[in-house]
Design a protein around this ligand. Structure first.
Ligand SMILES: *[C@@H]1O[C@H](CO)[C@@H](O)[C@H](O)[C@H]1NC(C)=O
Length: 297
């Protein structure tokens, strides 16, 4: 198995490095769950036991995640066994030719803008690179070269150069998910981020959630990669194409907008409610970042 071979390689690399007694130093591949691939759960499995410089050296599995949901196809009894929510009953369409049950509002005219997201170090403003289409599995890296940048597009109302709770479409993604959004981190204990909690989110591909939505167990890159239910949100972006301001805001499960800090570890892109708590759990360097929208042709 390819994945197993890669993980074995990582264990070999990690074992050559000093491993702290607490195990994980980097969130990436520091899998604290007991998967069959990880019999040594307190050994560092991070692809970057030290830091991101190893990332480039290690060949990542770039296989395209399957669109098939990790949980949508489960029966309700399987769902119960795994402790995940039951399927919603299927609504049957009434008759035919009776018109839509929920008439759509006539849409206001819109236009589409393409661009990239520049990633800067929030401490000193230096440019680190772009949100990239290079995946570490659960989410994306930033990469210095624009050739690796995730090509994105947003749809704005005619007459407006900014928007909130926008979906950002990904145009050259290595996965089938339509939007660039946020998904629950592997080790997060809930869907919520807050001060005092290490809970965190990956930036990655996701199916759509409505503006203002709470976290939803829909198909997304993290769930597909981890093969467990992970909640995500797509309509998280406030973007101004003139100033370049690009700010994602996660909505917690109570419907409240969470303070959403952005950071990178081992060149992976993360968000969370408390960067310091994340850094306490995964001690590899954590750098606060900002995104800047850069329009492209
Ligand atoms: C990333 O984007 C580049 C440029 O659009 C494309 O050539 C490349 O195939 C993409 N990589 C993946 C892994 O999809």
């Amino acid at each position: 198995m390819r994945t197993f071979a890669i993980l074995s390689g990582l264990v070999a690399v990690c074992s050559a490095l000093p491993v702290s007694s607490s195990g994980c130093t980097s969130e990436l591949l520091c899998d604290s769950s007991t998967t069959p691939l990880d019999p040594r759960s307190d050994v560092c499995l991070a692809e970057m036991c030290a830091d991101g410089s190893q990332a480039a050296a290690l060949k990542r599995d770039t296989s395209t995640p399957s669109k098939a949901s990790v949980y949508r196809d489960l029966s309700n009894s399987e769902r119960l066994a795994r402790g995940i929510p039951l399927k919603r009953p299927v609504l049957r369409k009434r008759g035919t030719g009776t018109g839509a049950l929920y008439p759509k509002r006539s849409p206001s005219p819109t236009y589409t803008v393409k661009g990239h997201l520049l990633v800067r170090n929030a401490n000193d403003g230096t440019t680190l690179g772009y949100a990239s289409n290079v995946s570490f599995g659960n989410g994306y890296y930033y990469k210095p070269d624009i050739a690796d940048a995730l090509a994105l597009s947003i749809t704005l109302d005619v007459g407006s150069t900014s928007g909130t709770q926008l979906n950002v479409a990904q145009l050259n993604a290595p996965n089938v998910f339509p939007y660039f959004g946020l998904a629950q981190g592997r080790d997060s204990t809930s869907n919520d981020i807050s001060t005092g909690s290490f809970n965190y989110l990956y930036f990655g591909g996701t199916d759509e959630t409505p503006a203002g939505s709470t976290p939803q167990e829909i198909d997304n890159q993290a769930a597909s990669s981890l093969r467990v239910a992970r909640s995500s949100e797509s309509a998280i972006w406030a973007i101004d194409i003139l100033s370049g301001t690009a700010v994602p805001t996660w909505i917690n499960s109570d419907g409240a907008a969470a303070t959403t800090q952005l950071f990178t570890q081992s060149n992976g892109l993360y968000a969370g409610g408390d960067r310091d708590q994340f850094a306490a759990k995964y001690p590899s360097p954590v750098t606060p970042i900002t995104f800047t929208w850069v329009s492209s042709a």
